[in-house]
Design a protein around this ligand. Structure first.
Ligand SMILES: *Cc1c(COP(=O)(O)O)cnc(C)c1O
Length: 372
């Protein structure tokens, strides 16, 4: 996935024209082109785009958008967020405050963070039976506190760095219904799941829902430069812009950096013209054939597979240094955390390389847990 000639060319052509201009009061072609592409490919109803610096910042912007929207409609008391446990939304303060309080890596900072509402993490998956109890905790919180809650923020279908968990699309659909019923905006953080990773271009598609606000990042520039996007609908955007102070109160210096926008446009075009669906399907098939049987190993507590994501959960935390060494000795770079060893390979990985990677994962984990 590195050093792609098309992305290199997009960067150097843009560099020859203009590396950056402050986006305040001005616009530029690459930003407009990127916004048009994002509106085109994301779920229905999202037709306004805010470009910012990183995934964490996009989460800050999404939160500010939600709070400012309710403020503009005369509901200034809606300042809290509700989220689900085991989530990860980034490393800046506002984002840290909605990460899982235990697995979110931020317990050091608890006392400086705003306090929000945490619902139990979903447990139903698409390979298990749906149980209404799964969403009861979220419903209870919304029922009791909706007058103070601006938005629900969650990662659709796959929770990433907070635990690499997969949950049922029906949970997401029910959450959407609850947001509508209790007049709470839904923020979907697709920074990790966006651009095909779970098998659909966006994970929300698997539940057939549109969020009110969508955060994108990570794969947006094909790994070249830092850039993120927040999308919302024209109704929310008009309420924010049509009421004092008259604009969304966020304006980073490097907003909509033209180099990053040019690369993002080229990267999206490459993705859409590639057989990305077949590639993800092939990856999922290989994971299922090779890794799913590890479910029966003693020492493995769970195997989770979704699109281009494979997770082996061990029943004890791995020795990071030792396991990394073992991986490197087999010629692969895998970065486990806690009890989780996981893969999210580039879509362009060759079959032989993927086989090598998956075998290395199986062998290394077998050594780690003493499986023979
Ligand atoms: C990585 C990630 C973020 C933070 O993005 P950065 O670009 O690292 O700031 C937020 N949410 C999710 C779901 C992520 O995976």
């Amino acid at each position: 996935g590195y050093n792609h000639p098309v992305l290199n060319q997009a960067a150097s052509e843009q560099l020859a024209q203009m590396a950056h201009v402050m986006f305040g009061g001005l616009t530029h072609r690459t930003a407009a082109e990127l916004a048009a592409r994002l509106i085109d490919i994301t779920p229905e109803g999202l037709d306004r785009v805010f470009l910012c610096d990183s995934g964490s910042v996009s989460v800050e912007v999404a939160i500010k958008m939600a709070v400012q929207y309710w403020h503009a409609t005369g509901k200034s008391e809606k300042q809290k967020l509700v989220t689900i446990r085991r989530g990860y939304h980034g490393d800046t303060s506002g984002a840290m405050a909605v990460c899982d309080p235990e697995t979110g890596m931020h317990h050091l900072f608890t006392s400086i963070l705003p306090q929000h509402f945490f619902a139990e993490a979903p447990t139903c998956r698409d390979d298990t039976e749906w149980d209404d109890q799964d969403i009861a905790s979220l419903e209870r919180l919304l029922n009791q506190h909706h007058h103070q809650i601006a938005a629900l923020i969650l990662e659709p279908i796959v929770q990433g760095a907070g635990g690499m968990r997969v949950y049922a699309p029906l949970y997401l659909r029910r959450a959407r219904e609850l947001c509508d019923r209790y007049k709470v905006l839904m923020i979907a953080d697709e920074i990790a799941t966006g651009f095909g990773r779970t098998g659909t271009l966006f994970a929300c598609e698997q539940a057939g829902i549109s969020p009110d606000i969508l955060c994108l990042g990570k794969a947006l520039t094909g790994g070249y430069l830092t850039l993120a996007a927040v999308l919302t609908g024209s109704q929310i955007s008009q309420v924010i812009s049509g009421n004092p102070p008259g604009a969304l109160m966020h304006g980073p210096t490097f907003m909509a950096n033209p180099l990053a926008c040019a690369i993002a446009c080229a990267s999206i075009d490459l993705l859409l013209t590639s057989p990305w669906q077949q590639r993800i399907e092939a990856m999922q098939q290989m994971f299922t054939d090779q890794l799913l049987p590890c479910r029966n190993w003693s020492g493995i507590s769970d195997v989770r597979i979704k699109g281009g994501i494979a997770v082996l959960e061990l029943d004890h935390p791995v020795n990071m240094q030792a396991i990394t060494r073992r991986f490197v000795d087999k010629g692969v770079w895998v970065r486990p955390f806690g009890r989780l060893v996981y893969l999210m390979p580039p879509y362009v990985i060759e079959k032989a390389d993927l086989e090598h990677l998956v075998c290395a994962m199986k062998e290394t984990v077998a050594e780690e847990i003493g499986h023979s």
